[in-house]
Design a protein. Structure first.
Lengths: 352, 270
């Protein structure tokens, strides 16, 4: 459930980046403050373990499908929330850079969805509450499963919200939620089972490892209020800065519209505001899905003089055939030119 | 060999590519990181129905691939093979948004298809840019660039560890899998109990290894810092590289090259 660059808008990407960067800084600070140097190599190697363990697939009985170990919860159990969050962030960074899972702009969203929820919500509020300081194996299992389900549900919901706020995909909020949540319920149950089983295995085999990891000691208190407050602050500041930017320089886009179409485009100045105000009025926005209409506006590329627009479809930028044909020809020529540049610049294969 | 292990070979290959020695490889990693981020942000900032405006942006990855001597076919294949999520979500656009947006004579194209193509283009451009960045720079250099930009030190250090042990541990997992396969004859699907045991053992070994690594590093004077000999320097080439590309991006963002070019050509023809 990785978000992709192609599906998010810069505002959503930047906001989530800011939130994630804040969390990374805070977690790194905590790791340095509370824990010792020893944990840093351990973190790196455990991240590599998550990767390696994902190569081992098992068959899920009676379904014909297969599952593998997820990440966030087992890392939280072994490392505590702060270090686990950093490891999740690095696992996702590597996936973004090498496997093109998600993308660089969407990395903030992905780290938040897959790191924040398991480490800072599900682990302290669910897992630790259930296990306490001296858990029985059955409690451990229940705790891991519940925590994994909750963190995956929240993560999936995060994906939905980020996608809908970006307004690139047409999927309505309700449909998307109905698609994502049940799938991730199943994934969450499997991840919880696997996490519980692996932790229980290590606990039986080498109890001192799990104990040394501090999993069941009274934990370093996660100040969830502080974290949430910080996040809120970051969101407000970023949102505010972006909306200020959008309102004080509305002419960036308008200017271009003026140049390309000869007519100023009026809808787009209000669009960012509409998006931001719908973020603020999130709760009001959820039941009634009206956001998509706000997000619609003529494409830069296909923008045509407004007088070409049929009167009966005011919200829709109709494109005159002539314009689109020339756009198509121009696109093909540009592509050819770019490829030509590439071939011309190509270095000889043999290097000295 | 399963799909994932093929992917791991891929990581190794990307790192090999980063060992190249072109002008672009020698550029300070920070310059490449900034230019790539500027590229991605510009591409993503386009409107959802933008298609022709996005096309000129392919000049960035194409130029870098050509100048850096990267294997274009390999990168393209990788881009098209991975990450079906964007396509999966985008494919709903044509189903939902059926309003006709473009007409070519009698052929009507709905807004959904236009935005689908737009998403696909964005996907190809952003993903290619990220892959090109890593193939030109190498993971360690990108990490060090992030450290220079103020990423917290523990994060960067553990990221470097993580990358180093990725290869070691995935080989270990491969060996375990192979051993199981050799001993299980025709039973291809892994049972639950076997899985737990394998993953658990891998975890135990990992933790032991982490302890050995830490002790070995302590005895060599590790103090939580990783020092490098190579100096990073933002000089004239880096400045020109970043400013040049940013100017190009801004130009292409606000001046729709294909539509003007097309108008010019079709205007001449008619």
């Amino acid at each position: 459930m990785h978000m992709a660059d192609a599906l998010i808008s810069p505002a959503v990407g930047a906001t989530m980046w800011a939130a994630t960067a804040g969390l990374i800084a805070y977690s790194a600070h905590k790791v340095q403050e509370v824990l010792n140097d020893r944990i840093v190599p351990l973190m790196g190697v455990l991240g590599a373990f998550i990767f390696a363990a994902q190569m081992i697939n098992f068959s899920i009985p009676a379904t014909g499908s297969s599952g593998h170990l997820g990440g966030g919860m087992i890392l939280s159990i072994l490392l505590g929330p702060y270090a686990a969050f950093l490891v999740m962030a690095s696992v996702l960074t590597v996936q973004a850079l090498f496997f093109a899972d998600g993308g660089l702009l969407a990395l903030g969203c992905n780290i938040f969805n897959l790191g924040f929820f398991p480490c800072f919500i599900a682990y302290p509020l669910i897992f630790r509450r259930i296990t306490g300081t001296a858990p029985a194996p059955s409690r451990l299992g229940v705790a891991a499963i519940l925590a994994a389900i909750v963190s995956l549900q929240l993560g999936a919901f995060g994906v939905v919200l980020e996608t809908v706020f970006s307004g690139i995909s047409e999927l309505p909020f309700r449909t998307f939620v109905l698609l994502m949540q049940p799938i991730h319920l199943a994934i969450g149950i499997v991840e919880g089972l696997v996490t519980a089983a692996v932790v229980a295995f290590v606990w039986r085999a080498r109890p001192e490892i799990v104990n040394a990891a501090g999993a069941f000691q009274p934990m370093v208190k996660v100040n969830i209020k502080k974290v949430l407050f910080g996040l809120l602050l970051v969101a407000v500041i970023t949102g505010g800065a972006l909306s200020w930017f959008a309102s004080s320089h509305p002419d960036g886009l308008e200017w271009a519209m003026l140049k390309t179409s000869g007519k100023e485009e009026l809808e787009s100045a209000t669009r960012v505001h509409a998006a931001l105000s719908s973020i603020q009025a999130q709760t009001a926005f959820l039941p009634d899905y009206a956001f998509k209409q706000d997000a619609m506006r003529p494409g830069m590329a296909e923008t045509v003089p407004v007088e070409d627009q049929p009167a009966d479809k005011p919200a829709w930028p109709a494109v005159a055939p002539g314009t689109s044909v020339s756009g198509l020809v121009g696109g093909a020529v540009t592509l050819a030119l770019a490829l030509f540049i590439g071939i011309a610049l190509k270095r000889p294969k043999v290097e000295v | 060999m399963n799909k994932l292990s093929a992917q791991f070979l891929d990581i190794g290959y990307s790192d090999t590519l980063a060992g190249g020695n072109s002008f672009l490889h020698r550029l300070d990693p920070r310059a490449k990181l900034i230019a790539t981020l500027a590229f991605i942000v510009t591409v993503v900032s386009f409107d959802k129905y933008a298609v022709s405006g996005l096309i000129p942006f392919c000049v960035f990855p194409i130029t870098l691939i050509a100048l850096g001597g990267l294997p274009a076919g390999y990168l393209l294949k990788k881009v098209l093979l991975v990450s079906p999520f964007a396509i999966l979500v985008a494919v709903f656009n044509p189903l939902i948004d059926r309003q006709v947006l473009v007409r070519f004579g009698s052929l009507a194209i709905s807004g959904g298809w236009v935005s689908f193509i737009s998403i696909f283009l964005r996907f190809v451009l952003t993903v290619t840019a990220a892959l090109v960045l890593i193939a030109l720079t190498g993971f360690n250099q990108v990490c060090l660039a992030m450290a220079k930009f103020g990423m917290p030190r523990p994060f960067v250090v553990q990221l470097l560890f993580f990358f180093r042990y990725l290869f070691v541990l995935s080989e270990e997992a491969q060996r375990m899998l192979r051993a199981r396969q050799l001993r299980s004859f025709d039973r291809r699907a892994m049972q639950w109990g076997t899985f737990v045991s394998l993953a658990g053992h891998l975890l135990v070994r990992t933790l032991d290894r982490a302890e050995r690594i830490y002790l070995a590093m302590c005895s060599r004077g590790f103090d939580g810092r990783i020092r490098i000999l190579r100096r990073m320097k933002i000089g004239l080439p880096e400045t020109v590289f970043v400013l040049g590309w940013v100017l190009v991006f801004v130009f292409m963002r606000f001046y729709n090259v294909p539509s003007h070019l097309g108008a010019l050509i079709t205007g001449r023809l008619s």
